[in-house]
Write a protein that binds this ligand. Structure first.
Ligand SMILES: Nc1ncnc2c1ncn2[C@@H]1O[C@H](COP(=O)(O)OP(=O)(O)OP(=O)(O)O)[C@@H](O)[C@H]1O
Ligand SMILES: [Mg+2]
Length: 326
């Protein structure tokens, strides 16, 4: 069998290197203009035409295996490399259709949310005005219900817009040093009503001189979502506290509660969009299941990690680790 013919017939790219010299390129890579036609005997940085592809191969040379994506001439490619003895084999597949589908889905959600924003805020204004003027108890009751629903829609639209922005990959970090204790106070102030309503007490255990290095605005959103959950999924008279510490170049934040906890079989899924443990109860509380997806994206954007420790009936602890970058 002629293996070269077989490899040339493939719908994906194959590139083989020995040291930094190219020893095989299949037709796919030449036809898609990723590699020059006269690649024979050349080093990979001369043979490959796309700069991002060159730098991936450069990184792959120092590793046993690697998987990375790049964009070239309007298309998206995934490179998977493997070291076999002296050879480095790179498989290159065209993942444009998946990426383009994801992009159009994001654009659709983004456009739909933008279109909904204005009518919802007009509606909210109308309901609030009617409520101010209404004295009839029965009518007030319905208007209050309507207002809660409108607020829920407004939150959902806000969350969707935040999430599509975070997922687009266009979002950049605006890093600065700030006092974490003050940020936690601000988040608590924005949620105070919820704490009072549920008679949940709050303790800010972050020391006065703890300096955090991160994107302050995004961290506000992150803490707001975690503290909102900590009070929302708590018992009457429960407790919530926030702590922070540094270990080496890691900044560790913890939000802990004495709430209802999360059954272990649900823990792997709670960071997925629209996932709620108890759909009925969560909806009643106004949740849509986007909060923790937003948290996850903010953590990843910082190059960090998130851990959950939870005991049903006892409480939950969310730990965020954010590297310091200096
Ligand atoms: N501290 C917690 N204690 C118990 N369960 C929690 C806690 N945090 C999250 N959960 C569970 O994880 C699910 C997902 O949380 P997430 O914040 O993403 O959504 P949500 O709170 O339902 O809605 P949203 O935050 O979008 O308003 C929740 O519905 C809840 O079941
Ligand atoms: Mg939430």
């Amino acid at each position: 069998m002629n293996w070269e013919e077989v490899l040339n017939a493939l719908g994906e790219g194959v590139l083989v290197l020995k040291g930094s010299e190219v020893t095989f390129v299949n037709r796919f890579l030449v036809e898609n203009q990723l590699v020059r036609e006269d690649w024979k005997g050349k080093h990979y940085y001369e043979a490959i035409k796309s700069l991002p592809f060159i730098s991936i191969v450069g990184r792959a040379l120092g590793k046993d295996s690697l998987s990375e994506e790049f964009q070239y001439l309007e298309r998206f490619y995934r490179v998977v490399s493997k070291r076999i003895g002296e050879m480095l084999v790179c498989e290159v597949s065209d993942v444009s259709s998946v990426r383009k589908y994801e992009q159009s889905k994001r654009e659709f959600v983004d456009n739909a949310s933008h279109e909904l924003k204005t009518p919802i805020s007009v509606l909210r204004g109308i309901v609030e005005t009617l409520l101010e003027e209404e004295e009839d108890q029965r009518k007030r009751h319905f208007l209050e219900k309507a207002l809660r629903r409108v607020e829920q829609m407004q939150n959902l639209v806000e969350d969707l817009l935040t999430l599509t922005k975070l997922e687009s990959g266009r979002e950049r970090l605006n890093l600065s040093e700030f006092k974490l204790r003050e940020l936690v106070e601000e988040v608590y102030d924005s949620l105070e009503q919820e704490f009072v309503k549920k008679e949940v007490s709050f303790e800010n255990l972050v020391s006065e001189d703890f300096k955090m290095f991160a994107d302050r605005q995004k961290l506000f959103l992150l803490l707001r979502n975690l503290m909102d959950n900590a009070v929302k999924y708590n018992k009457r008279g429960g407790k919530v506290w926030v702590r922070a510490k540094k270990e080496g170049n890691k900044q560790i934040l913890e939000v802990e509660d004495t709430g209802i906890g999360i059954p272990p079989e649900h823990v792997p899924f709670i960071f997925e969009r629209f996932y709620r443990v108890d759909k009925g109860r969560s909806r009643e509380m106004g949740g849509t299941g986007l909060g923790l997806s937003i948290v996850k994206h903010i953590v990843f954007l910082h190059g960090g990690e998130i851990m959950v420790h939870s005991e049903p009936g006892e409480g939950s602890r969310f730990s965020i680790v954010i590297p310091m970058y200096n």
